[in-house]
Each structure stands twice: as structure tokens, then as C-alpha cells.
Design a binder for this molecule. Structure first.
Ligand code: PLP
Length: 391
């Protein structure tokens, strides 16, 4: 028996463990301290009333012989697939019934979808990056190359035609930088992918935070994307489903390689490895797309974006340079005075009792930067901003 030796190439899950350990150390030494976290990427608002009603109604259905459901369709129930199709149709994007796959969230899909690609493919990821893209490809032993996101490109790297990549992860709005690609920029990636037979894995987990109507919320707003892109979406941040677990992934039927439709491979994969999302949760997810569900979840997103505005105003007052925060729940700031990410972390924790996330934990190019999230409650965000004045 041999283990998968690629696991030895994984970096220790250092970032959040180290954050927790430093915070725990500080609290142990200062038991009276009131520490505010602007570090977590988890929501704080409860589920919307229409989602909760749908959860309850579906639970009651399951309690009757007539309404009980066992295994559901691998690709998800038609009612939810149609709700997702309706959501895209509003933006002029027509999706077929067999192009949408209901998932238990984007993380699982982002890590699993690479099953359908050859191990010899070269994977391109941006740096800094949501760590799942990197780690799942390290586990499968693929060659990984990086596209640097920096101040020079506004944290939005574009394709380099001299570099050959087969699988490209793009995340917009971005975690951790909050940067959002324009249609023209995404068009450059789509052209590159079509010219090189590459496939883009487009992580749209934060699409609902895009309020600027000129910015794309789906890669299918770009001509040519249907032949090169898979879009991975999540209700986690859109509707507070981080603990409820539901998302969806789009495989356009025009996306084929070597004469094979990738969506058909994905259905084969899911029917082998996944028995679907529970009926109750899919009914709850359907409620997100009703007019009431949309209003309620949009109100929560506006609340988080208002938090972001409050944080950005405080940073502007301190002459701290930052990005993101307008069409994304993340604010990416430059550590003042050329300080390192971890040194700034310690200064905020020890001096102001505020916790954020060191940018270096998201990749080499994140060194010297720092991520704050807007997912806290208003009171805590306001209190943190008061404290920031002392920075
Ligand atoms: N993609 C990005 C960029 C994320 O930041 C996250 C969660 O933080 C996810 C995907 C995971 O989402 P889900 O909760 O749907 O698995």
C-alpha cells in the first residue's frame, strides 16, 4: 500500500490555525480584553424568513408518506434548476435544464471538478488566492503556475500568451482582494482559453455582491465563454447558506474537449461520488430565488456592503491604501509603512484588539497586505473603526 505522496507537498494549513493560536494566546494573557474579529469569511446574519418557511414546509412534507422523498436526482431537483435558470435569464443568459448541477457548495465542487481533467494538465492560479484551488491541485500532483496579482495590475492579472496553461482558476469578485474583473478583462481570459483549448473554472461565489451594473456577475456575459468556462456558484455568501450548504455549477453543453461534453462527464462523476443535496435544503435554496427571498438576501448583502463602506471610510481617514469593498465583502489593505502582514496582524491584535487576516497567508504576492471582512455585525464594525483611529 502506498499513500498519495502528493499530500507531503501540501503546506501546513498554517493561516487560520496561526491566527487562532495568536488570538488564543492574547486572550489567555488578557482575559478581560474585548477582541473584535474582522477576519472571518463567514456570514453573521441569520437565514431569511422565506428560506426558513421553505425549510419548515419541506420538513413537514417529509413527515408524510405522500410527501416523503428518498434519493433525489444526482443533478438536483428540477424546481431548483429552473429557479437558477430564471436567475440567469434575468441577465439575458439562457441555460438548458441539463447545464445546471445543484451542489452542496462551491468548495467541494472546486476541489472535485478536476477529477475530469488529465493529471498532466498545467493549472494556472492567481496569487494571492483562495487556498482550495492550490491545495486540491497539489493533492492531485498537477503542475501549478501562478499569475501575480499586484498593485500594478489592480490585483486583476491578465493572460500572458507566452505561458501555456490548461486549467485556469479565476475568482471574481475575488477572495481575498475584493477585485472584480471587467467584461473586457474577462474577454481576454476567454479568448486565451479558447485559443489554447484551456478550461476556465470561474468561481462566482461572490457574484451577488456586484452592485456596479457594468461589471459581469457571470462569465457567460462574455462572448465565447460557453466553449471554455465552467461557473461555480454558491448560496453561502449570497443567502447565508454557509452552514446550510447549497450551491450550483454550470457546465454549458457547448463545452467539449476531445469530442466529449464536459457536463456529461460531470454527471457521470456526480452519479458515482455524490447522492445529491437533501430535498429540504433544495426547497430552501429555491426560496432564495423567489421575489421575497431575493429582497431579503439582497438586504443582508447591502448590510454587509454598508459595513464595508464604514471600514473603508475609517481607512481613508487614516490614509491607508485599500482595494475591494465596493462590489465585494473583502477589503484588501496595504500594511502601513511597508510593514509585513504578520507584524501588522500583531500590532492590530495587541494594540487595538482587532483581528484580521494576513495577506501573506493567501500566497507570496499577499505579503505586505491584509484582509478585513465586512461580515461582522454593525455594532462591532463601528467599534472596530473607532479603535482604528488610534492606529
Ligand atoms: N469560493 C470562494 C472564493 C470562497 O471564498 C468560498 C468560501 O469562503 C467558497 C468558494 C466556498 O463556498 P461554499 O461555502 O459554497 O463551499
Amino acid at each position: 500500500m502506498n499513500i498519495n505522496k502528493n499530500y507531503k507537498n501540501l503546506q501546513e494549513n498554517y493561516l487560520f490555525a496561526e491566527v487562532s493560536s495568536r488570538v488564543a494566546g492574547y486572550k489567555a494573557a488578557h482575559p478581560e480584553a474585548d477582541v473584535i474579529s474582522l477576519g472571518i469569511g463567514d456570514v453573521t446574519k441569520p437565514l431569511a424568513p422565506s428560506v426558513v418557511s421553505a425549510l419548515k414546509a419541506a420538513s413537514d412534507e417529509m413527515a408524510s408518506e405522500k410527501g416523503f422523498r428518498g434519493y433525489g436526482p444526482y443533478e438536483g431537483y428540477g424546481f431548483l434548476i429552473d429557479a437558477v435558470r430564471g436567475y440567469y435569464a434575468e441577465r439575458g443568459i439562457t441555460l438548458g435544464k441539463d447545464e445546471v448541477f445543484v451542489s452542496d457548495g462551491a468548495k467541494n465542487e472546486l476541489g472535485s471538478v478536476i477529477d475530469i481533467f488529465d493529471k498532466d494538465n498545467t493549472v494556472l492560479i492567481t496569487d494571492p488566492v483562495y487556498p482550495v484551488y492550490l491545495d486540491s491541485n497539489v493533492m492531485s500532483g498537477r503542475k501549478i503556475i501562478y499569475a501575480a496579482a499586484s498593485e500594478a495590475n489592480n490585483f486583476l492579472p491578465l493572460p500572458d500568451r507566452k505561458v501555456k496553461s490548461d486549467i485556469i482558476y479565476l475568482c471574481s469578485p475575488n477572495n481575498p482582494t475584493g477585485a472584480v474583473y471587467t467584461k473586457e478583462m474577462l474577454g481576454a481570459w476567454v479568448d486565451y482559453a479558447n485559443e489554447n483549448d484551456a478550461v476556465i473554472l470561474y468561481d462566482a461565489a461572490y457574484e451577488a455582491f456586484v452592485t456596479d451594473k457594468s461589471l459581469p456577475r457571470s462569465i457567460y456575459e462574455i462572448d465565447g465563454a460557453r466553449t471554455c468556462a465552467i461557473e461555480l456558484c454558491s448560496l453561502s455568501k449570497t443567502a447565508g447558506f454557509t452552514g446550510t450548504r447549497c450551491g450550483y455549477t454550470v457546465f454549458p453543453s457547448a463545452l467539449k474537449r476531445e469530442g466529449v461534453t464536459l457536463g456529461k462527464m460531470w454527471l457521470r462523476n456526480r452519479s458515482t461520488k455524490f447522492n445529491g443535496v437533501s430535498y429540504i435544503i433544495q426547497r430552501a435554496a429555491e426560496a432564495v430565488f423567489t421575489p421575497a427571498g431575493r429582497r431579503e438576501s439582497q438586504a443582508d448583502i447591502s448590510y454587509y456592503l454598508d459595513n464595508a463602506r464604514i471600514i473603508m471610510t475609517a481607512l481613508s481617514g487614516l490614509n491607508v491604501k485599500y482595494w475591494g469593498g465596493i462590489n465585494a465583502p473583502y477589503i484588501w489593505l496595504k500594511c502601513p509603512g511597508g510593514e509585513s502582514s504578520w507584524s501588522f496582524f500583531d500590532r492590530l491584535l495587541n494594540g487595538l484588539q482587532i483581528v484580521g487576516t494576513p495577506g501573506s497567508g493567501f500566497g507570496k504576492c499577499g505579503e505586505g497586505y491584509f484582509r478585513l471582512t465586512a461580515f461582522g455585525t454593525r455594532e462591532r464594525v463601528a467599534e472596530a473603526c473607532q479603535r482604528l483611529k488610534k492606529l
